[in-house]
Design a protein around this ligand. Structure first.
Ligand code: NIG
Ligand code: FE
Length: 393
């Protein structure tokens, strides 16, 4: 048993609504105690009880670690030329996914594992303490299975995305691929997955195919989430709400009717600012979603095609600048929003009994996350009370 008092915190974001201190449950000149990986006390510095150790964070601020509820970390290869072509006027399409599928199939397990570990470390450096990751670049039973087996070594929130696109070899018989995903592939992959996801969009899977796949996943004990409305306003949002998906992600194209549908549902609206940024798309209106009453999350969507970033501060800055979020709303969406999208109540907030997953920011307030875009302000990242990354600045 060991406890540490972190004190002299300029601004502490708790996300604890019971404190009645605004959306972020903000405390100034604050302190908290970490004990055996959990938070055991939070409050004003002047009222702090004693602990075994004492760390002064004078002038710095503390936030719950970011919760990245949408990432594709299991892949090989590089698509920087495709990105460059887009910046020269080409448009993004689901077709580019096959480039990564071919590279992933050709990679060794060691190469894939190293890629996940490298990107996970980048995430810790950006303040992410919980992340989800998907398969989806294998698209054969063996390659999806090995992707998931590797992923479970890095996170508990693993998602089976065999339904990412119809692979080239099934282009002329898409129904056979859907049957494979629902049958043999799901059976092999379910033991290594908590979630099931489908890319329900133009050039990928339609409403009926997506519904069949998500329902099969539910029957196999997986929980559904969905890639919705990235390329077009399809019926993906309707399906998300119909099946009580934990989250509908992207929402680049969003009608007022769809906003109301999400607001009246348990489905979290997950926005992926890196994707609009890297595909030069128009941004959805986060403020409108929030005002309608929807729960909103922000995630990185880290993948080699549409959003090759592991930086949550970057996503927050873009959400504030281009999705009309306030800084408070964006920070909440990147912490509690992500936790809600993953249906996790142990992370995303700093309150007694919750995981001691937190970030020390080299700034007097979380406002600097958007106020100082592109500047690395993460001083230290802790998971379960243990420092997992420390800046050497
Ligand atoms: O979430 N939209 C589908 N999947 C990924 C992109 C995949 C890729 O282009 O490789 C996404 O943006
Ligand atoms: Fe994605």
């Amino acid at each position: 048993m060991s406890s540490t008092l972190y004190t002299d915190i300029a601004t502490l974001v708790t996300n604890d609504s019971s404190l009645d201190r605004g959306l972020l449950g903000e405390l100034s000149d604050a302190a908290f105690i970490e004990e055996d990986g959990y938070i055991s006390w939070v409050g004003e510095k002047a009222l702090a009880p004693n602990a075994d150790h004492r760390v002064s964070l004078a002038g710095k601020s503390v936030l719950p670690g970011f919760v990245d509820s949408h990432a594709h970390l299991v892949f090989a290869g590089d698509r920087s030329k495709e990105f460059s072509a887009r910046m020269n006027g080409e448009s993004y399409s689901a077709g580019g996914i096959m480039t990564t599928v071919n590279a992933t199939r050709a990679a060794t397990d060691e190469e894939l594992d190293e890629g996940i570990a490298t990107r996970a470390m980048e995430m810790y450096q950006s303040g992410i303490t919980t992340f989800e990751t998907k398969s989806g670049y294998g698209l054969t039973v063996a390659d999806e299975l090995r992707s998931l087996k590797l992923a479970v070594q890095h996170t508990e929130d693993v998602t089976f995305l065999g339904a990412h696109v119809i692979p080239e070899e099934y282009k002329s018989r898409p129904d056979d691929y859907v049957a494979l995903v629902i049958g043999e592939m799901l059976e092999a992959c379910a033991p290594y997955s908590k979630w099931i996801d489908v890319f329900c969009d133009k050039g990928a899977f339609d409403y009926d195919q997506a519904k069949a796949i998500l329902n099969a996943g539910l029957d196999a004990g997986l929980l559904p989430r969905i890639h919705a409305n990235q390329l077009s306003s399809s019926r993906a949002v309707e399906l998300a709400v119909e099946l009580d998906c934990a989250s509908a992600d992207h929402l680049t194209h969003l009608t007022d009717k769809e906003i109301d549908l999400l607001a009246g549902s348990k489905t979290v609206a997950t926005l992926l600012p890196g994707a609009e940024f890297s595909t030069r798309s128009a941004y959805p209106d986060a403020r409108k979603l929030h005002a309608a009453g929807a729960t909103v999350a922000i995630a990185t969507d880290c993948n080699p095609g549409s959003s090759f970033t592991t930086s949550m501060p970057f996503c927050i800055a873009v959400a504030v600048r281009d999705m009309r979020f306030s800084v408070e709303q964006a920070v909440y969406a990147a912490t509690m929003g992500g936790a809600k999208a993953l249906q996790r109540d142990d992370v995303g907030l700093l309150a007694v009994g919750k995981a001691a997953d937190f970030i020390v920011l080299d700034a007097p307030s979380y406002l600097h996350l958007a106020y100082r875009p592109g500047v690395d302000l993460i001083s230290e990242t802790f998971i379960a009370g243990t420092s997992i990354y420390r800046s050497n600045k």
